[in-house]
Design a protein around this ligand. Sequence first.
Ligand SMILES: Nc1ncnc2c1ncn2[C@@H]1O[C@H](COP(=O)(O)OP(=O)(O)OP(=O)(O)O)[C@@H](O)[C@H]1O
Ligand SMILES: [Mg+2]
Length: 317
Amino acid sequence: MSDTILTLDRLCVGYGDRPAAADVSFSLQRGEILCLVGESGCGKSTVLKALMAAPEIRLFSGAITLEGTELSALPPKQRRKLCCEKMGIVFQTPEATFNPIRSYRRQFIETLKSHGKYDPKTFDAKVAEAFAKVELNDWRRVLGECPFALSGGMNQRVALALALLLEQEILLCDEPTSALDATIQLQVAEELKRLRDKNGVTQVIVTHNLALAHFLADHIGVMYAGRLVEFGRACDVLCSPQHPYTKSLRAAIPSLDGTMPDGLPGSPPMTGPAERGCEFCDRCPQTAEACAHAPYAMRQVGDGHFVSCCGGKEAMP
Ligand SMILES: Nc1ncnc2c1ncn2[C@@H]1O[C@H](COP(=O)(O)OP(=O)(O)OP(=O)(O)O)[C@@H](O)[C@H]1O
Ligand SMILES: [Mg+2]
């Protein structure tokens, strides 16, 4: 039986009068992990911030439905309250989560109180347990520190520990392992997976790391210039990519044999999603004239596998 917890329907969001992500549609089943991947500036964080109803985000059109409630129909304050109750977020930079000059202990207590989850009798034990899960074993010292006094990787793990303590139904993580050593990356990735397997926590994880996406994700959404260009089961998207952009990302993964991949020359446009035409056509090896005018549309290429490419040269007779 389908148990959809979150649906985005042709979501168009941005900053001021400029959309930064458009036509973003997907549904998440309870307990599912979705990874969003794509180069810098493609709109991944914008989608997460829109899900959390961040005040700087403007909703242009489309809908977000959380457990049957259409968020855009709610007044902003109520929308934010509901989002914060149901969803936790680990931001890309800890400064977005924490006050740099206030001790973690005070900030943890305040946050837990605001969620009605502070119990002074169990606080220390629960913090110690959450910190151990993200390999922060000197929990008492770390809890007494202010964020400015810790490294980026430590702050990232503290933010994740707080998210674990809050035990919300949906966890959004923006680059949760980007500042971590490879050994700790594995520990954190395993903890995220455990969180789903044991507690059924639904997750949306933004990452540049395709190996992490392969390890964690049930589904992967590939974003380019503010749009989803490929979406499907993780194994289909990574092992049988259909969009030339996904193929390029896949081919850009370095191996340990001493050779470096060619990579993908150029960079995505910073102008946000275009009205018409494929934004990737300037960099695409199979581009054809039609690509510059083709309207954005996802077409099904397999079971639950969608791609926005019109085929370029390969579709020509
Ligand atoms: N606060 C903001 N105000 C105005 N524009 C913004 C703001 N934050 C992001 N943008 C713009 O929105 C677009 C998408 O940015 P976003 O941060 O969502 O990308 P991203 O995919 O998360 O990139 P990265 O991988 O570097 O984190 C970019 O063009 C960016 O410049
Ligand atoms: Mg980002």
